[in-house]
Design a protein around this ligand. Structure first.
Ligand code: NDP
Length: 448
């Protein structure tokens, strides 16, 4: 797919040539550049002053060895990454992902997306992302602790509360953040808000755990209401059963939907009576079991191996909350044929570009990840504020901020879409609104 602007098209060619074998990064950059065509046509200085060229090049990439020893005394060596992509509007901010699929291209794609997402929150945070190809699944707590300590022993040199503030992502939850924060505090001999997603006893924010999933539903609620629809009485299909999926399910049910599916990388469950969320929380958050164990307790529900099948289940609202490119064109066609009227991305880039095109062509409401899942990082920024103030807000106060941020974000993305000639296209609107604040700041700094 070519970009309808000569300069941006040649820039895209350079991105592909300079970052070979990184298809996820190419996909993310292409999608953003394509929607910035009307912006650079109205404001040619973004090209002339080098802003577009700088935008696609990370400010810094840190790559390091992470050696650790398992309980049997075997030594393992993983790779650690931190991509400090853009600090035009604030310290780098973005999660750490621990998953065997992690390589530099995945972290670059996530760091790039994070620039626009963070800008959209309206809060002063730049874009970054990190992680490792370490797989916490099947490891003991001691092994996870050893890995996290080794990872932080290298990473601590490059981060700080005013420089770069990591958080969780796939494979990095409360347990991992605790080990990482403990090691940072020990190495630096200081107690600062250098990580977010911390435990409530040591600087975490109430509602951070819930924030991405809740924020997804607040955003989706605005989008649905804008089209005269609502969660009330709708059937929803959710993929994933991690942090985002669990709290998306909780809020969707509170807003009146019936959620009938959840999944993990092994397969999905379909419970026509509505998912038993307390059971999912116990299986996933406490016992760390596979989702297939759900049908041992609810034999009337169905378990199907293979996660892509989740999109064959009829639903009105689809919330992909597992991982990138998990919903392809075939899945999109099945959702459309089954009457799905809204798709909102909880995971980062879960829908392939042709799936997004199919939704938009069929008039399905579509909420892009950059906007729809920004509630997590927004609440992380609220955690940073509370840490700086050495003060805590109540759950209700944080949740009120979150709801307001997601509502403003929806309004900004829709009005940018309208202003730049694609009314109703929230994907384009989110890219444009997210870019403008970053681009203006980069112009102000000159060539740096
Ligand atoms: P978790 O690790 O808590 O959960 C991830 C879920 O997705 C698990 O159910 C996991 O199954 C499943 N999954 C992971 N990889 C794959 C795969 N390759 N194929 C199928 N299923 C897979 O992560 P989160 O819930 O935190 O993150 C989910 C998504 O949301 C990611 O894209 C993340 O970048 C994004 N996100 C997260 C935010 C947050 O605040 N946590 C904020 C914004 C975005 P299994 O257990 O079997 O691996």
């Amino acid at each position: 797919m070519s970009i309808k602007n000569e300069y941006l098209n040649s820039l895209m060619d350079r991105v592909v040539a300079r970052n070979p074998a990184e298809p996820e990064f190419h996909q993310a950059v292409r999608e953003v550049l394509a929607s910035l065509v009307p912006v650079v046509e109205a404001r040619p200085e973004f090209i002339k002053e080098g802003v577009m060229d700088c935008l696609v090049e990370p400010e810094r990439i840190i790559k390091f060895r992470v050696p650790w020893e398992d309980e049997q005394g075997n030594v393992h060596v993983n790779r650690g990454f931190r991509v400090q992509f853009n600090s035009a509007i604030g310290p780098y901010k973005g999660g750490l992902r621990f998953h065997p699929s992690v390589y530099e291209g995945i972290i670059k794609f996530l760091g790039f997306e994070q620039i626009f997402k963070n800008s959209l929150t309206g809060l002063p945070i730049g874009g970054g992302k990190g992680g490792s190809d370490f797989d916490p699944k099947g490891k003991t707590d001691l092994e996870v602790m050893r890995f996290c300590q080794s990872f932080m022993t290298e990473l601590f040199k490059y981060i700080g509360p005013d420089t770069d503030v990591p958080a969780g992502d796939i494979g990095v939850g409360g347990r991992e953040i605790g080990y990482l924060f403990g090691q940072y505090k020990r190495l630096r001999n200081e107690f600062t808000g250098v990580l977010t997603g911390k435990g409530l006893t040591y600087g975490g924010s109430l509602a951070r755990t819930e924030a991405t999933g809740y924020g997804l539903c607040y955003f989706t609620d605005c989008m649905l209401k804008g089209a005269g629809k609502s969660f009330e009485g709708a059937v929803a299909a959710i993929s994933g059963s991690g942090n985002v999926a669990i709290y998306a399910c909780e809020k969707a049910v509170q807003l009146g939907a019936k959620v009938v599916t959840m999944s993990d990388s092994g397969g999905y469950i379909y419970d026509k009576n509505g998912i038993d969320l307390p059971l999912i929380k116990r299986l996933k958050e406490v016992e760390r079991k596979r989702i297939s164990a759900y049908v041992d307790i609810h034999p009337e529900a169905e378990y199907h191996p293979g996660c892509a099948g989740v999109w064959q289940v009829p639903c009105g609202i689809a919330l992909p909350c597992a991982t990138q490119n998990e919903l392809d064109l075939n899945s999109a066609k099945a959702l459309i044929a089954n009457g799905c009227f809204a798709v909102a991305e909880g995971a980062n880039m879960p829908c392939t570009p042709d799936a997004v095109d199919a939704f938009q062509a069929a008039g399905v409401l579509f909420a892009p990840a950059k906007a729809a899942n920004a509630g997590g990082v927004a609440t992380s920024a609220l955690e940073m504020s509370q840490n700086s103030m050495r003060f805590y807000w109540t759950f209700e106060e944080v949740d009120d901020h979150l709801r307001r941020i997601m509502t403003d974000l929806y309004r900004n993305a829709s009005s940018a879409a309208e202003q730049y000639g694609s009314p109703g296209d929230l994907a384009a609107g989110a890219n444009i609104a997210g870019f403008l604040k970053v681009g203006e700041s980069m112009l102000a700094y000159g060539i740096v």
